[in-house]
Design a protein. Structure first.
Length: 281
């Protein structure tokens, strides 16, 4: 995986370090205003101009020279929450491109039906039933797959749950379950697969998030909290691996209710497929 926006990230890191230096040393001497604020605003403007310029240049370059799509032949892709919704459609589309698909889902019936559907189309697919909120199950199954199947080269952490209502009316067990599915499960999956990817110097980790990880919404406090946390998790992971040859992938959707509006999902995934998927074999 190639490095992205190293210059912009380095400038951002420099700006954060300068802010810390200013708060510790400059502000006490200049009483926190006036002259001391000038260098900070100057640096902020410089960082903004540099990021805008680099973004525009990269956009122009990609229009003139489109990026080469990744060949997915030989890739082993794990999809959590594959039994329905976005996970199911991604599994079907990725299988068409020649990848080996591993489906994780708590619903055994739906998961097995998806595996059979992919195999009928001559796709290579395996299904496992487990609860991704159980850390021990995730770690044990990841180890089993490495020993008896193959190394996973791409993880699409898609499992999620939805709940809404005034915060004072939410049941504690419902809140805990929602946080476990929408946030903690992603951590357990990253911990299970990231070390082997780092060792092989190859891999992709993709988290499917929601637009409610970017903006608040009434009566969905616990869901928004989990999705904001997921955004922070992936951004922090990217920063943690910033100087390595790693990038994280992070996609957001607005709202997909898989069981109720399943017919709309293939069309809703069109833009995601253009960005995410690669060439056929």
């Amino acid at each position: 995986m190639r490095r992205r926006n190293i210059l912009a990230r380095s400038l951002g890191s420099l700006a954060r370090k300068y802010r810390a230096f200013q708060e510790a040393w400059i502000l006490p001497w200049f009483c926190g205003g006036g002259i001391s604020a000038i260098p900070l605003w100057t640096l902020d403007i410089f960082v903004l101009i540099a990021k805008l310029t680099s973004t525009c240049v990269m956009g122009i370059v990609r229009v003139i020279i489109p990026p080469i799509k990744k060949n997915l032949c030989g890739e082993t892709i794990l999809i959590t929450g594959a039994g329905s919704g976005i996970g199911r459609e991604l599994a079907l589309q990725l299988a068409e491109l020649g990848a080996t698909i591993i489906c994780w889902d708590k619903d055994e019936r739906r998961n097995n039906a998806l595996v059979e559907e992919i195999r009928k189309k001559d796709g290579d697919c395996y299904g496992y039933t487990l609860d991704v909120t159980m850390r021990d199950q995730v770690a044990a199954l990841a180890t089993h797959m490495r020993r008896h199947l193959t190394d996973v080269t791409m993880v699409i952490s898609n499992a999620g749950a939805l709940n809404y209502g005034p915060i004072c009316q939410l049941r504690p067990d419902t809140v805990v379950k929602l946080i476990n599915v929408n946030l903690l499960s992603h951590i357990w999956i990253i911990q299970a697969f990231l070390p082997s990817m780092i060792e092989r110097r190859q891999g992709h980790i993709i988290a499917i998030n929601s637009s409610l990880g970017l903006m608040p919404c009434a009566d969905m406090t616990s869901y928004c909290a989990a999705k904001f946390g997921l955004r922070g998790l992936m951004d922090s992971l990217s920063e943690e691996l910033r100087l390595d040859t790693w990038t994280k992938n992070y996609y957001g959707h607005f709202c997909v209710l898989g069981h109720r509006f399943h017919r709309t999902i293939p069309y809703a995934l069109t833009s995601l497929r253009i960005v995410l998927l690669g060439n056929k074999c």
